[in-house]
Design a protein around this ligand. Structure first.
Ligand code: ZN
Length: 442
C-alpha cells in the first residue's frame, strides 16, 4: 500500500482528443470535455467491514465522500470476468452470488488502479483510478452536456452561427459517419437542420438518408411515407388546411424523437396558365424550449402549472385504434431534479379532457393561453418554403411545426425516428466509445 507517487491522470482526456483528431473531427464547441478524474494525488485506501475508506495526503475539500461501500464496489467490479467484454453486461448474479456483507480480505494499490481481493470467494476485483475517483468526487454520471442554441424568426440569437443550419447531401457520400455526426449535432443543439441537394425524382434517397441516422419508426400510420393529401387517413395533417405549431405524436408515451419532411413536388393542375401563382403551404418551426424559457421569465407561475399538470392525450381517428400514453403527461417536462427543459408535448387537437379536482382549471387554461400566445409570436415563428431537394429534420421533443394553407397537390415524403436511436447515433458519431460507455454504464 504505497501512495507516494503523485501523477496527473488524464489518459482518457488525451485518448478522446486524439481520437477526434485522428478522425479529422472537431469536437462540437459546446461539448467541452470534462475531465472525469480531477484529483492529482492518489488517496490512501483501507477497508473496514462496511466500506473502503480513502484518505488524501493533504486536505481535499472538493471530494464528495471519503468511502465507497463494499457491496457497491463488489457489485460494480470492473474486471474482465465480471464485465462481459463482448456485451459490457454484468456477468454474475448480484443477488445469488454476492453476500450482502461482502468484505475485502486484501487491498493492493497499483499504478493504474485498486485491486481488492474478497474474503469468501477470493475473487480479485480491479477498479481503475478514473472510476474510483469519479465516484469519490461525484454521485452519478451526467448525460453529455449540450449547449442549446435557441432560434426565433430571424434565426439564432448568436448571429455568428450559420443560418439556417444545413449540410449537403453529397457530404454523406464523402464521409457518412462525420456527416451523420454533424447532422445529429446540429439537431441536438439547434433543434433542426436541412439537408440540401437531395435527389427528388423518387422518395428513395430521402428514405436512405433518414436510415443513415437510424431505422424509421413504424406507427399506425405506417413507417416511411410518401403521400399526397388523403382524408381517409383521418388526421388533419393529411388535408390542405393551415396547421398551428404543434408536436407530433403527443399520444405516445415516447413521442417521435425526430421528424423529417421532404416536399418532392407541388403543383396546381388547375392553374397551368399562371405557373408563377403562389400555391402557399409555407412551413413553420417554433423553438419550444425558447418559448418555454420566455414563459418562465414572463410568467413563472404559468410555467410551473404547465410542468405540473398531467393531462391525457390520444389518437382515436382510425377504427380499432385508440392510442394514449402510459400515463397522463404535462405540456412541459423538465429534466428530473433540474430546471432544464426535457420535452414539450403540445397539440391542442390531440389533448384529452383536463382532469377535474387536482388542478385549478382557471389557472391551467390561463397558463396554456399564455403558452399558446408565446408560440404565436411573430418573433418566434420561423417561416420558410419547403422545396424539392431540401429535407427538413427536426427534434420533435423540442421544436413545434406547422404550415400555412395551400392549394394544388403536394407530394411529401418523410418519417419518424425514435428519440433513443437518434441520441445513440449522435453519441456514437460525436464521442469515442470509452467515454460513451463511461457515461451510459456508469
Ligand atoms: Zn470481478
Amino acid at each position: 500500500m504505497n501512495f507516494k507517487s503523485s501523477m496527473i491522470r488524464c489518459s482518457r482526456h488525451l485518448t478522446s482528443r486524439n481520437y477526434m483528431a485522428r478522425r479529422g473531427w472537431q469536437r462540437p464547441s459546446q461539448l467541452r470535455f470534462r475531465t472525469l478524474a480531477t484529483a492529482t494525488t492518489k488517496p490512501r485506501a483501507q477497508f473496514t467491514s462496511d466500506c473502503v475508506k480513502f484518505e488524501w495526503p493533504e486536505s481535499n475539500d472538493k471530494v464528495q465522500r471519503t468511502n465507497l461501500p463494499n457491496l457497491w464496489l463488489r457489485d460494480n467490479c470492473r474486471c474482465n470476468s465480471c464485465v462481459n467484454q463482448d456485451t459490457m453486461q454484468r456477468n454474475f448474479n448480484t443477488f445469488d452470488d454476492i453476500p450482502i456483507d461482502v468484505q475485502p480480505s486484501r487491498i493492493t494499490e497499483i499504478q493504474t488502479g485498486l485491486e481488492i481481493e474478497w474474503s469468501r470467494d477470493h475473487h480479485k476485483s480491479f477498479y481503475p483510478w478514473d472510476f474510483l475517483e469519479f465516484y469519490l468526487y461525484n454521485s452519478e454520471r451526467d448525460e453529455e452536456p449540450i449547449e442549446i442554441e435557441y432560434f426565433g424568426a430571424q434565426g439564432p440569437q448568436d448571429t455568428q452561427s450559420d443560418w439556417p443550419p444545413s449540410l449537403k447531401y453529397d457530404d454523406f457520400s464523402t464521409d457518412e459517419t462525420k456527416s451523420v455526426g454533424r447532422l445529429t449535432d446540429l439537431i441536438r443543439r439547434r433543434g433542426f437542420a436541412f439537408v440540401t441537394e437531395v435527389p427528388f425524382d423518387t422518395a428513395e434517397p430521402t428514405q436512405k438518408l433518414l436510415e443513415k441516422i437510424a431505422f424509421i419508426r413504424q406507427t399506425h400510420y405506417g413507417g416511411f411515407y410518401d403521400f399526397i393529401p388523403d382524408l381517409s387517413l383521418a388526421d388533419t395533417a393529411y388535408t390542405n388546411l393551415a396547421l398551428g405549431a404543434h408536436t407530433d405524436t403527443t399520444y405516445f408515451t415516447d413521442p417521435a424523437g425526430l421528424q423529417a419532411f421532404h416536399l418532392l413536388s407541388h403543383h396546381d393542375p388547375t392553374s397551368k396558365n399562371n405557373p408563377e401563382k403562389s400555391l402557399g403551404g409555407k412551413s413553420l418551426l417554433v423553438d419550444g424550449f425558447h418559448a418555454a424559457k420566455i414563459l418562465k421569465e414572463e410568467d413563472s407561475k404559468s410555467f410551473a402549472i404547465l410542468t405540473e399538470t398531467n393531462l391525457p392525450w390520444h389518437a382515436s381517428g382510425n377504427k380499432g385504434i385508440t392510442i394514449s400514453p402510459d400515463k397522463p403527461y404535462p405540456v412541459l417536462e423538465l429534466k428530473p431534479g433540474t430546471d432544464k427543459m426535457h420535452r414539450v408535448r403540445w397539440n391542442n387537437d390531440d389533448r384529452g379532457v383536463l382532469p377535474l379536482g387536482k388542478t385549478s382549471l382557471t389557472q391551467w387554461y390561463d397558463a396554456a393561453r399564455q403558452w399558446h400566445r408565446i408560440l404565436k409570436r411573430e418573433s418566434l415563428e420561423y417561416w420558410f418554403q419547403l422545396e424539392p431537394g431540401k429535407v427538413l429534420i427536426f427534434d420533435n421533443w423540442r421544436v413545434l411545426h406547422g404550415r400555412s394553407a395551400f392549394t394544388g397537390v403536394r407530394r411529401i415524403c418523410g418519417g419518424y425516428i425514435n428519440r433513443d436511436d437518434f441520441i445513440s447515433r449522435w453519441r456514437n458519431t460525436n464521442y469515442p466509445r470509452d467515454e460513451i460507455l463511461n457515461r451510459v454504464i456508469g
